[in-house]
Design a binder for this molecule. Structure first.
Ligand SMILES: Cc1ncc(COP(=O)(O)O)c(C=O)c1O
Length: 444
């Protein structure tokens, strides 16, 4: 504070680093990585390029990618169809504002999203990232309540162990413990939290399993604008799967209480859980749906919030008459063009078989971890494979070990998990899972 800025002669760092050591020195000096300490950072690994399901490190090592870059790169890297879509769009325009203007990439994408998501979602609002799409969903629910003459409905009801993003509105509906709400006292609105559904995708859902959330809906009906949850898979908060029957019961409860249901499909959307959307497992439709991540095949940041005609009409009946949101890069043509190409590739390909195979191969490969003393659970659903350890993993030890074993897997807490690109072959899944099991065996 108060210090004069130091002038840099020569205008900054080279575009390309001669060696990885220099890059890492600048990284350590200036870059702040996600969920990282700036003063005592964990090691990071410089990537020179990526293609197919492999990341090539600056030192020449190749890693099999088990993360799809935080679950987005479902077709793998440097896919010729996606590369071509970005290049072609660049010839027309990289970006134009969306206020007062429109363009084919965004309109096409909106139509496609409406076609492939459960009816009656009809209206699409584009946003920059998953977290922003959750902010947009929450704001839609609040403006809808006002538009329908219920201004007292200002709270959200959600379930524990959830994750919905890192902006403050989204954080406020993340699990209060894993999301460390106490750090942000005063900033975050206080919402209502029901117990997380019982774990187990194949479990039946009885009345008693929804009794807690039903009670909260009864007690707070006139304060609640919407219920928000991740359908069937609770991702970044817990890597936990629950029964579609529970989601179907939640839909019924929202209907009987006249409360909107927001489905956060940012992690589950576009096939990851074995159906195109998590809601499809339960055969339900939400009033508002958030999608992101895999929408652009992991190429560019873009998300969308969809809603029904009824929600749109309610929002626009509020005193503003409009929806009060409009980001600078809304509907970005490059991102929309690659999203169109990615969804086209997905729907014209054998994604259902690929995801089904991945579930079998992940289950086979991770099964030996069940016998390890440090392992509490092994589970799979769709293209998701999870080893849950008894104690939190030590990232300083396990991360370099996984790299040494030739795979890119980014554990957190007690979870060592994989969400590979859908195009991964059986031998690569075998190598990936063997490395995960070995890393867990050697570190827990
Ligand atoms: C279910 C869910 N919602 C929201 C988000 C936030 O998305 P983003 O990181 O694009 O802001 C995530 C990210 O992991 C997510 O899994």
């Amino acid at each position: 504070m108060g210090q004069r800025l130091r002038q840099r002669p020569g205008g900054g760092a080279p575009a390309r680093y001669a060696d990885a050591g220099e890059l890492l020195a600048d990284d350590r000096a200036h870059v702040w990585h996600p969920y990282a300490s700036a003063t005592d950072p964990l090691p990071v690994f410089p990537v020179a390029s990526a293609s197919g399901v492999r990341l090539r490190l600056a030192d020449g090592r190749e890693l099999i990618d088990g993360m799809s870059s935080w679950w987005a790169a479902i077709h793998g890297y440097a896919h010729p169809v996606l590369d071509a879509a970005v290049r072609a769009q660049l010839d027309d325009m990289a970006h134009v504002m969306f206020g007062g203007l429109t363009h084919a990439p965004a309109v096409t994408l909106a139509r496609t999203l409406v076609e492939i998501t459960p009816p009656p979602l009809t209206r699409v609002f584009f946003c920059d990232s998953g977290s922003v799409s959750v902010e947009v969903a929450i704001k839609m629910a609040l403006q809808y309540a006002r538009g329908r003459g219920r201004p007292g409905r200002t709270k959200l009801l959600t379930i524990r162990r959830g994750y919905h993003g890192d902006t403050s509105g989204a954080m406020a509906v993340c699990d209060p413990d894993t999301g460390m709400h106490h750090l942000f006292t005063g900033l975050l609105p206080r919402h209502l939290f029901a117990e997380a559904p019982r774990p187990g995708f194949d479990e039946p859902c009885e009345d008693e399993h929804v009794a807690g959330i039903a009670r909260l809906l009864d007690e707070h009906q006139h304060e609640i604008a919407a219920v928000i949850c991740e359908p069937v898979v609770q991702g970044a908060g817990a890597m936990r799967f629950y029964a579609p029957g529970w989601l179907a019961r939640l839909r019924e409860l929202c209907d009987t209480h006249g409360i909107l249901l927001i489905a956060d499909e940012i992690a589950t959307g576009f096939g990851r859980s074995g159906e195109l959307f998590g809601c499809d497992h339960a055969g339900i439709s939400p009033d508002i749906m958030c999608v992101g991540k895999a929408m652009t095949g992991g190429y560019l940041t873009m998300a969308a919030t969809l809603c029904t005609d009824e929600v749109a009409a309610g929002v626009c009946a509020s005193e503003a008459g409009v929806f009060m949101h409009g980001p600078t890069f809304m509907g970005n043509p490059l991102a929309a063009a690659v999203a169109n190409a990615s969804i086209g590739l997905l729907l014209s390909g054998p994604w259902r078989r690929q995801v089904g195979d991945l579930r079998i191969w992940l289950a086979e490969g991770l099964a030996p971890a069940r016998a390890l003393p440090g392992v509490a659970d092994v589970r799979t659903l769709g293209a998701i494979g999870v080893i849950e350890t008894r104690e939190p993993v030590d990232m300083r030890v396990i991360q370099p070990l996984l790299v040494e074993l030739g795979v890119w897997v980014r554990p957190f807490g007690r979870l060592v998990y994989a969400m590979p690109p859908y195009v991964m072959t059986r031998p690569d899944v075998a190598a990936l899972t063997a490395a995960m099991v070995e890393a867990v065996a050697r570190t827990t």
